[in-house]
Design a protein around this ligand. Structure first.
Ligand SMILES: Cc1cc2nc3c(=O)[nH]c(=O)nc-3n(C[C@H](O)[C@H](O)[C@H](O)COP(=O)(O)O)c2cc1C
Length: 211
């Protein structure tokens, strides 16, 4: 298949030095708010890249659950593939691509577990059906069939009907604490705008990068 037909020009916006916030979380907040107006719940979809201790990478989509001055939070099973990789190598990258705005945000840093209280809070807000799935699914492990999973789900419901479902210890939030954040705005002729924020002892350094 010839892929030349898929060439696209980026012409929707620009990113100027004098419009940048001094702090990347504030810059992200502005872009996120704008993107949410267009993308609605899709705005939280991001790619998470992790790596093993030997540096073998893997990537998958997760949902952004929260962000604030401390960093960017997602929730998952701590014992799945990403959870295990993050235990042995806590450095990770997350990436947002908002096609409708021709914008990309790349965020890199170290992850930490959020507090048990925060994970409990995320868990308790889930519908009962999703709580059960979180409890019964050994994320990233091979399973014999869908039927096996559905049977586990139904059996758990029967055994726990009317009871409060507790967050399992293997499920919770990770927070990525950023030390590099880059904002990319597509521009005409592939002469895109890129600004990199790097954490330093004296605060955030901002540089324009060549596209
Ligand atoms: C739209 C979308 C949203 C997802 N959100 C999450 C999420 O928030 N947390 C999660 O653990 N997996 C989420 N997944 C599933 C992951 O992509 C992945 O299949 C799963 O986490 C297992 O990854 P792992 O084997 O690398 O641990 C989502 C997948 C898609 C396509």
């Amino acid at each position: 298949m010839n892929l030349d037909q898929f060439r696209k020009e980026y012409r929707l916006g620009e990113l100027k030095d004098d419009s940048l916030e001094p702090d990347p979380i504030l810059q992200f907040a502005g872009w996120f708010k704008h993107a949410a107006e267009i993308l609605h719940e899709e705005v939280t979809t991001m790619i998470l890249a992790t790596a093993t201790a030997e540096g073998k990478p893997s990537a998958r989509i997760v949902l952004l659950k929260d962000f604030d001055e401390r960093g960017f939070t997602f929730i998952t099973n701590y014992q799945g593939r990403k959870g295990r990789e993050l235990e042995e190598n806590p450095y990770a990258a997350i990436l947002f691509y908002w096609n409708e705005l021709e914008r990309q945000v790349r965020i890199e840093g170290k992850v930490e577990h959020v507090s048990d209280a925060e994970s409990d809070d995320y868990f308790n807000k889930r519908p009962t059906e999703s709580k059960i799935s979180a409890v019964i699914s050994p994320q990233s492990q091979p399973v014999e069939s869908r039927q096996v999973l559905e049977d586990k789900w139904v059996n758990f419901l029967k055994d726990n009907f009317g009871k409060e479902i507790q967050r399992p210890h293997y499920w919770g939030g990770f927070r990525l604490v950023p030390d590099r954040v880059e904002f990319w705005q597509g521009r005409i002729n592939r002469l895109h705008d890129r600004f990199l924020y790097t954490r330093t002892k004296n605060g955030w350094k901002i540089e324009r990068l060549a596209p």
